[in-house]
Design a protein. Structure first.
Length: 119
């Protein structure tokens, strides 16, 4: 990830998905890496996909539901990244960067949900 912060959440989650794909492509082939990698790919890419879906939601309730799903996917992503880190699969520094970015994305989504509920 470059040092330039992306403030557009849709773009940021898209770039994040690409970074996760890059990490997964770097893995040595193994059954464990494949299984964890598939789980990580699903939830990490789901974050941005649900943000995009929220933008065309017909109601505020549906909009918030997509953000809730996105937050759940981000939390699941943290789990799989931590599992990779502690199992020694993949580049630890890259995984740490992705964990940090996931945590920031979680905070942004959570703050957005709090703001939505306040209105």
């Amino acid at each position: 990830m470059n040092n330039e912060k992306i403030f557009d959440l849709k773009k940021r989650t898209f770039v994040f998905s690409l970074e996760v794909i890059g990490l997964l492509r770097s893995f040595e082939k193994s059954y464990v890496a494949d299984v964890i990698g598939k789980q990580l790919l699903r939830c990490a890419t789901s974050i941005g996909a649900n943000i995009v879906e929220a933008q065309s939601a017909p109601s505020k309730k549906d909009f918030a539901n997509f953000f809730n799903i996105s937050l759940k996917s981000a939390n699941e992503t943290l789990y799989w990244l931590a599992l990779l880190k502690h199992s020694g699969i993949g580049n630890k520094d890259k995984i740490d960067q992705l964990i940090s970015e996931t945590q920031e994305i979680c905070k942004i989504i959570a703050k957005s949900l709090i703001t939505m509920r306040g209105k």
